[in-house]
Design a protein around this ligand. Structure first.
Ligand code: HEC
Length: 150
């Protein structure tokens, strides 16, 4: 009987720990989470432009890396059940053209990362022009197709 109870305790423990691992982010957490990351990337991009004016290369590099990390995480933030609610501005085209959307997100991540590695070899206007191409143009490219007018 003692053994039986021990086994029961072990089983209850296993089942309850499994269900703890199974808890996933709610739709609310997902939508709010992705909005927060986009907002953060906007602030990184603005800080980057300011750092370019000051020629603060260390700052520029750090911001580009953080931006790239956010884009990499963002790919996971568009599951099927997050198409609406919580003031999302995501357009249904994201799920109709998921491959294209993910490709743009990966491109944005890669270009931000590539940019971070080029910073030290660029100067003045060159730095500004390339940041425009590799960082700022990604936003518009994706928003035109995949974000609602706001
Ligand atoms: C690959 C696609 C993609 C790229 C690249 C992208 N965005 Fe977005 N962005 C979106 C989508 C989709 C939304 C809508 C998210 C939602 O509301 O659920 C969004 C929302 C936003 C928001 C609103 C967040 C909020 O609080 O509602 C801001 C600000 C923003 N993006 C800025 C930027 C900036 C700045 C860049 C470039 C540096 C950028 N985005 C690059 C797809 C993208």
């Amino acid at each position: 009987m003692n053994k039986f109870f021990q086994l029961l305790v072990v089983i209850i423990f296993l089942v309850s720990s499994l269900s703890i691992f199974a808890i996933e982010m709610s739709t609310e957490e997902i939508i709010k989470g992705r909005k927060a990351m986009f907002k953060q990337n906007y602030s990184y991009a603005k800080k980057m432009s300011a750092a370019i004016k000051k020629d603060d290369k260390e700052m520029i590099t750090g911001l580009a890396i953080k931006m790239s990390e956010n884009y990499k995480k963002l790919i996971e933030y568009f599951p099927e059940d997050s198409k609406s609610g919580f003031k999302t501005e995501a357009r249904p085209t994201i799920w109709e053209k998921k491959e294209e959307f993910n490709t743009l997100m990966k491109k944005a991540a890669n270009e931000a990362n590539d940019f971070s590695m080029m910073v030290n070899n660029l100067m003045g206007d060159e730095l500004k022009d390339i940041q425009k191409k590799m960082i700022w143009s990604q936003c518009k490219n994706c928003h035109e197709k995949f974000r609602m007018p706001h």
